[in-house]
Structures are given as C-alpha cells and as structure tokens.
Ligand binder design. Structure first.
Ligand code: SAH
Length: 561
C-alpha cells in the first residue's frame, strides 16, 4: 500500500490524481502528523506533498531501520520533483519516486549513487509546437501563479494542440491577468501576461531579378507592423519556383530563420486572387505571385498584396492543425508500452478507448487529461470522438491493445480522417509477436495472421484464407479464435489444416500474454482442443518445418539444414 499525504490545495489535487490512478494508493486525510503516524504502520511507501524541510522534520523521529521503514518520497507543490527522501533501496523509494514522476510528469530525484534513472521529458508550454515566447513576457509572475494553483487565463486564437493543462488554467470570456496569450497579433494585454507566438503566418513574396534582401525584409516588416502582426509568427516564405536561385529572397528567408516554399507558375495561375496583374502574367506566367503563393500554401489571406519598387508581399494565416495519435499499448505489461506511446499519451488532451485499455494506462496520463471510454461495439463513435477533438485543433489519442494497426482502430480512423488533421500512428507489440516470444520463435520464417471473427468477414472467406495459408505452408497466428457465441470455427480450421499438415505439427496456445493471468501451452495439431481456447487467446500453428526444441517452438530459418 502507498500512503498519500498532502497539506496544500495543489498537494491535495496531485494526491487525488495519484489515488485515482493507482489501485494500491490510499489518501490519508486530516492533520499531517497524525496521518503520517497511521500511514507509517500501514504502508510500504509514503508520498508526502510537502517541502523537503517539513518532510525531514516530520519523518526524522519515526526512523528506525532502513530494513523496516517505508520508503518516503516528497513532491514539491509545483510537481517539478519527486524526491526519494529515505529508504531508497530497501524501502523502494527510488522506484516509487520514478513511478510518482511518471504519473505526475515530474523529474525523479534519486541521490543513491548506484541508481541511474530515466528522466521523463518535461514539456515546456508549446515548445513542441514551435511556439515562441514574446520578449518582455512576465514569465516569472505568470509561472508563479500557475504553480501556486491561482487561476490563470489562457487565450488562444485558433486552438493549438497544447496537451493537458493544469486544472487552474481556464479559458476566460474576457482577457484578465494573469494571462497566457497565444496569438500572432500584436495586441495590448493586461499584466502579468506571457505571450506566445505561434508559427501561424506565411509570407508570399514576389520580386524582380537582383532584388536585395533588405528591400524584401523592409516591405515584409512594414506590412506586418501595419497589420499588427508579429514577425515571430512568420513560419515560412512562399514564392514562385523560378525564384529558387534568387539570392536576395534566399537571404531574406535565411535572416528570418524560416523555410522557403516554391510553387510552379501553373499552380499559382490557377488560384483566384484579389489583385491579379497582367504585367506580372506577362513576365512569369501567372497574374499573381505573392497572394497566389500564400493561398496555394493552404493559408487564408490576411494582408493583400503590397508593393515597393521591386517587391510584392502578401501575408496569410495557416489553419491550426490538430493532432490525433493512434496509440499501440502492447499486449499487457507496462514494460511493453513503447516510449513513443507514453509520449503521445502525456501530450494528449483527450484519450479515447475501451475502458479495458484506457484503464491500463491511466497512471501514465497527466493531470488535466480528459478520458472517454465508449463501450465495446462503438468503434465508429470512438473514431469520431477522437477525430472531432483533432479537427477542432486539439490533441487526442486513441488507444488499442497490441498494435493499433492490427485488427484495431487505425483502419477505421484513417478511412474517415481527412487531410485537415495530422495523424501519428505509434506502433506496438502485437498479440502474435508477444505470444511468439513466449512460445520461442515460431514466426522465424514466413507467417501470416488470420482472424476467425466472422462479424465483418463471412466464414467462407475465412475458411478459404486458412486453406490458402495451409497450402502456402505459412505459420498461422489465429486471432479472435473462439468466443462464447462462436465456438465451431476453430475445430473447422483444425480440420482444414490437418488435410495439409501432419498431426504432430506444433501448435502454441497463449492466453493473456504479458498479463498476470498468462498461460502458455505448446501442443500439436492432433491434440488441439478448441474448448481450451477463448477470445483472449491467440493460437499459433506451425508450418511443416516448425519443431519443438528443448520445450520451445521454433520455425527454422534453414541455417542448420
Ligand atoms: N490490436 C491487437 C489485436 C486485437 S484483436 C494486436 O495487435 O494484438 C483481439 C484478439 O487479439 C484477441 O481475440 C486475441 O486473439 C488477441 N490478443 C490480444 N491481446 C492478447 C494477449 N495479451 N494474449 C493473447 N492474445 C491476445
């Protein structure tokens, strides 16, 4: 049992998050000293949400022996650090500090010499998204308000997929300090305010041969200033492809520190623009360069074409793209959750999935993450929920067990998702791979998977695929092999396979791979009893070459024959 003791509002909030996320954690309420007395006798580990000084003073009189005392962790109010205070090894405090740090997004502080710990990345606001802090922002005072639990107002123009934010960050109706503003517009803000510039603007530029970079930058800066837009938000410069070697243009983009995007005249001339010019058409084959380059980059024109002697500039705003991560959780054990999946989870504002899967990763989610768990059978609803969040400019994760792309949610989502959202697919360890690792190496040569579920595939097709796989001498992983209402197919599959393979062909049966209830059996085709198999099982049938070596199922690659 892990005891949780807090004294401040922030501490209580974070303690409640742990209590909710961990089945083995318990909140001790009331006076801190009395709570600690109780927890000391009942718990293997204790997490204090206190300053180290207060923690040391409280704990010191209770210490007896490092062999018997519980491990003690203390977490600062801002959840920056989870400090393993005492009982690092024997008391399990080092491991507990890492666990606390994982769940709360803190850095574990471990001072025993022999431990090296993986430090989880602490995302600074918007860094991932390319947000830049405006000079003169009141970072210290807004930061102090944020960590002390005071209400902080967040205003963004166009939503940005920021990831989960602390509960004291609110979206206000009117602008009030302390304020976090995410905007490309130069506006007055109440103080204190932290202003972030998103990479949201694109500058379309046309120019004559030999134009100097200074003239381009002067006109661009003037256009931005007059439109009250921040130069920090310019994320790219766009032009016509005949300008690929235009030195002044290349230098201007370089001095802005942004990439150049070139569009062919044919593409530009097809774009309708407010200020076309026949003179320009005569020169480069399109009536607009600056405005057309902005629009063909997918941006909305916010500043129409302006001219200096040799330069034209137009400015557009890119639509904000939300992000949907399709996340693989592996077969069951936390250790097989890929680091990329953990990263996707901690950067998502919304996590969608079946309760049985989301439940496995709740302890990895950051405070402030919203969770939706529509029941089994609502695949389309789950896909739509996650997509809607991403389409609105948010960041969502949709989770599946094993690999999200294998008999799981990636396909239905990608059938629905348009180009307006960024989709990231995080791969994972499939049930077949997990089972294979427990059986030995049955997938060492050519293999395939067949799902016996006839919900979406008629049995005739399934049976035909089994026959073809048997004829092709593939090792076959049978997914969804048998359920309560679907109990004869596996017997039929065995029959088909026995007409192509000998009765002593090795068969591996793995139930609940990498879960506490795991069962691994190696048998053969003749002895395979469908009644030993259920929906949480995968059956791996060997090829004509598969053998059992020292109790392990092996499909040779041919080195020793
Ligand atoms: N996306 C998953 C597959 C989901 S289909 C993957 O990549 O593994 C569900 C089927 O997968 C189950 O009926 C069962 O056959 C198999 N399965 C999933 N997890 C399993 C586990 N831990 N042990 C054994 N089989 C499993």
């Amino acid at each position: 049992m892990i005891g949780l003791i807090a004294a401040t509002a922030n501490g209580r909030r974070n303690a409640a998050h742990l209590a909710n996320a961990w089945p083995d954690a318990r909140l001790y309420e009331g006076k801190v000293k009395e709570a600690l007395n109780l927890a000391w006798n009942e718990c293997d580990g204790i997490v204090l949400f206190l300053a180290t000084g207060a923690a040391v003073r409280l704990v010191a009189p209770m210490l007896e022996s490092k062999l018997r005392d519980p491990g003690v962790i203390t977490v600062d109010d801002a959840v920056n650090f989870a400090v393993a205070l005492c009982g690092g090894h024997e008391g399990g405090a080092n491991d507990l500090a890492s666990r606390v740090a994982d769940t709360l997004g803190a850095t574990p502080v471990i001072t025993t010499a022999s431990d090296s710990v993986g430090v989880p990345a602490l995302d600074s606001l918007g860094e991932r998204l390319g947000l830049q802090l405006e000079e003169g922002s009141d970072l210290a005072s807004v930061g102090a308000a944020l960590v002390s639990g005071e209400k902080v107002n967040l205003v963004f123009e166009g939503r940005w997929p920021l990831g989960p934010l602390p509960g004291n960050v609110v979206r206000p109706d009117k602008w009030e300090a302390p304020l976090i503003l995410i905007s490309d517009r130069l506006v007055e803000t109440p103080r204190p305010a932290a202003v972030y510039r998103p990479p949201s603007l694109i500058a379309g530029v046309g120019c004559s041969r030999g134009t100097r970079a200074d003239e381009i930058l002067d006109l661009l800066r003037l256009s931005l200033a007059e439109a009250h837009l921040s130069e920090k938000s310019v994320a790219a410069v766009a032009s016509i492809d005949v300008k690929r070697d235009e030195a002044g243009l290349l230098e201007a983009a370089d001095r802005l520190g942004v990439p150049l995007r070139f569009h062919p005249a044919k593409v530009l001339s097809a774009v309708e623009t407010p200020n076309p010019s026949e003179v320009v058409r005569g020169a480069v084959g399109t009536p607009s360069v600056a405005e057309a380059a902005v629009i063909s980059s997918g941006a909305q024109l916010v500043v129409e074409k302006r001219k200096s002697e040799n330069v034209t500039v137009a400015i557009g705003r890119m639509p904000v793209r939300g992000r949907l991560a399709l996340v693989s959780l592996g077969p069951g054990d936390d250790a097989l959750i890929p680091p990329l999946a953990r990263e996707a989870l901690v950067t998502s504002e919304l996590v969608v999935g079946l309760e049985q899967y989301v439940g496995r990763v709740r302890h990895l989610l950051r405070p402030g993450t919203r969770v939706l768990t529509p029941p089994l059978g609502n695949e389309m609803e789950r896909a739509e929920l996650a997509l809607a969040e991403a389409r609105a400019g948010g960041s969502a994760a949709l989770v599946s067990s094993g690999d999200v792309g294998v008999y799981a949610m990636a396909s239905p989502v990608l059938e629905l998702a348009g180009e307006d959202v960024d989709v990231v697919v995080v791969p994972g360890v499939t049930a077949a791979q997990a089972a294979a690792s427990l059986l030995g190496s049955p997938l060492g040569h050519d293999h395939c998977s067949v799902s016996l579920s006839d919900l979406l595939t008629p049995w005739e097709v399934i049976g035909e695929r089994i026959r073809a796989a048997a004829e092709g001498d593939f090792v076959i992983s049978l997914y969804n092999p048998r359920s309560k209402g679907r109990d004869w197919q596996l017997g039929k599959v065995r029959e088909i396979l026995l007409t192509h393979r000998p009765p002593d062909t090795p068969v591996g049966i793995v139930k609940d791979a990498y879960r506490p209830t795991q069962q691994v059996t190696i048998t053969d085709l003749a002895s395979l009893r469908p009644e030993d198999v259920d929906m949480l099982t995968i059956v791996v049938v060997g090829s004509s070459q598969t053998r059992v070596v020292a109790g392990r199922m092996v499909t040779p690659r041919g080195y020793f024959s």
